[in-house]
Design a protein around this ligand. Structure first.
Ligand code: AMP
Ligand code: GLY
Length: 435
């Protein structure tokens, strides 16, 4: 039995990758909400706490799990991987100390500096206002303030977007200090963002194709930040605005970071190392690390995996990923999320949705949904995703757009993600920066 923790679209993609394995593994899922897609694939499905180490271990033992895969970050921060390993259950997903790569922005910046890993911006850590104004002066117009902990993507404030003067930045820092929190102030990097995720067995890495996510809620990258409205990856395992050097630098940064984590904790990182990179005029820089698969990025890459995902997971926990074949098919993907009207600030919730008109459901992924009186309803966050997969981005976009439009209910999606027009803008932006 393989136990999966979590029940969003990312975990639906993980469950599908497991179900494609020729080993035909039995799947159990400990879920936060009723995801009908995972329910269909899982032999056992239970809604319960996924972040309480004791109850997770107890459920894992009850269903005789031989392996656990942790989807989201909250259980990693809570030390669920540590508890599972202590109970003798190998786990894909880093232990609490290693997960600081995502849960503490300050830890990550210090780790890069300590091990001379390139790609870090100018930064300083603070737990009071002492020296903040002076450091902002040093940075000038381009600065970012980051709360040093998990805040559901809402802890980062960027100059120009959310902060319009040093006074506003200092007000935000004061709020964080009054809350008892520490924070990082750093240089604002300018360029095009991309995600490069690597499977990591503690020592060896296997890189996934790069993906570009779209954080803003509305067309043309307007509106508030979200968990990610959609994403794309290209058939050549690059992105139209990246050079081969950009990709190999990002891969090297992930590799050096994995080595640094091993040195730091005398034990390797086992799970997915997700580098949030930005290609700038000055080369590839690291925005942040996540300690898990991205959502929506997982839906781009997992359907392309040609290798047996169960074998990849065994490689990660056994430390012999280098002996396994990890390959991805050379096709383009475009993922689009349908989200509740009003998302992210005041999403409608509890309204019925209808997916019965979707023609090909093999790439429909359920996320924040629930069942009420036998009807599928919106649970208040990103609702369902559709991934178009084809030989070219144009065809993949057309399929994703066509199918996600057939989902009925008070929802909206970004029609521009993956379109030639928007991608051209990214390429032009990068060209201007590089010149
Ligand atoms: P994070 O929570 O670290 O992913 O930050 C959320 C978003 O803030 C990122 O996806 C970036 O768009 C932006 N961001 C974070 N750090 C920086 C930085 N140093 N320069 C520019 N943008 C940043
Ligand atoms: N796609 C952004 C994230 O998974 O954090």
């Amino acid at each position: 039995m393989i136990l999966l923790l979590g029940s969003g679209a990312r975990e639906h993609a993980i469950a599908r990758a497991l179900a494609c394995s020729p080993q035909n593994p039995a799947i159990a899922c400990l879920a936060a909400n009723k995801n009908p897609g995972i329910q269909k694939l899982a032999e056992q499905f239970k809604v319960g706490s996924i972040s309480d180490p004791k109850s997770v271990v107890s459920f894992a033992q009850k269903c005789c799990a031989k392996l656990t895969i942790i989807g989201p970050e909250a259980p990693l921060q809570a030390g669920v991987a540590d508890a599972l390993w202590n109970a003798g259950i190998p786990t894909v997903g880093p232990k609490k100390a290693h997960a600081q790569i995502e849960t503490s922005k300050g830890f990550t910046r210090d780790l890069l500096a300590k091990y001379n890993i390139p790609g870090g911006p100018l930064y300083r850590r603070f737990d009071s206002l002492d020296g903040v104004a002076e450091f902002l002066e040093e940075l000038g117009e381009d600065y970012v303030v980051k709360y040093d902990g998990l805040m559901g993507g809402k802890g980062v404030k960027v100059s120009g977007d959310h902060l319009h003067s040093h006074d506003e930045a200092l007000d935000y820092c004061t709020k964080l200090v009054n809350r008892g929190g520490s924070f990082v102030v750093e240089e604002k990097l300018i360029g095009e963002e991309f995600s490069l995720m690597s499977f990591c067995d503690g020592e060896h890495l296997a890189h996934m194709p790069p993906v570009q996510d779209h954080k803003r809620a509305y067309e043309g990258d307007e509106g508030p930040n979200t968990g990610g409205m959609g994403s794309y990856s290209d058939a050549n395992h690059s992105l139209p605005f990246l050079t081969d050097d950009d990709i190999s630098h990002a891969q090297q940064i992930n590799e050096t970071t994995a080595q640094a984590l091993k040195k730091e904790f005398s034990e390797g990182y086992k799970g997915v190392l997700y580098g949030g990179f930005i290609a700038t005029a000055d080369g590839v820089k690291l925005i942040e690390y996540n300690a898990r698969l991205g959502d929506p990025e997982a839906m781009n890459v997992l359907p392309l995996l040609e290798s047996d995902f169960v074998e990849v997971c065994h490689g990660i926990v056994n430390g012999n990923l280098d002996e396994r074949n990890v390959s991805f098919s050379r096709r383009a993907t475009v993922c689009k999320y349908a989200v509740p009207e009003g998302y992210p600030d005041s999403p409608v919730k509890g309204e019925p949705i209808d997916v019965s008109s979707v023609t090909d459901t093999s790439q429909l992924y359920y996320a924040s949904v629930d069942m009420k009186d036998g009807t599928l309803i919106e649970a208040g966050s990103r609702t369902v995703a559709y991934v178009g997969i084809a030989g070219s981005l144009v065809k993949a976009e057309a399929k994703a757009g066509r199918e996600i439009s057939k989902v009925r209910g008070p929802l909206f999606h970004r029609t521009d993600i993956g379109t030639t027009e928007l991608i051209k803008k990214r390429v032009e932006h990068m060209k201007t920066l590089r010149n």
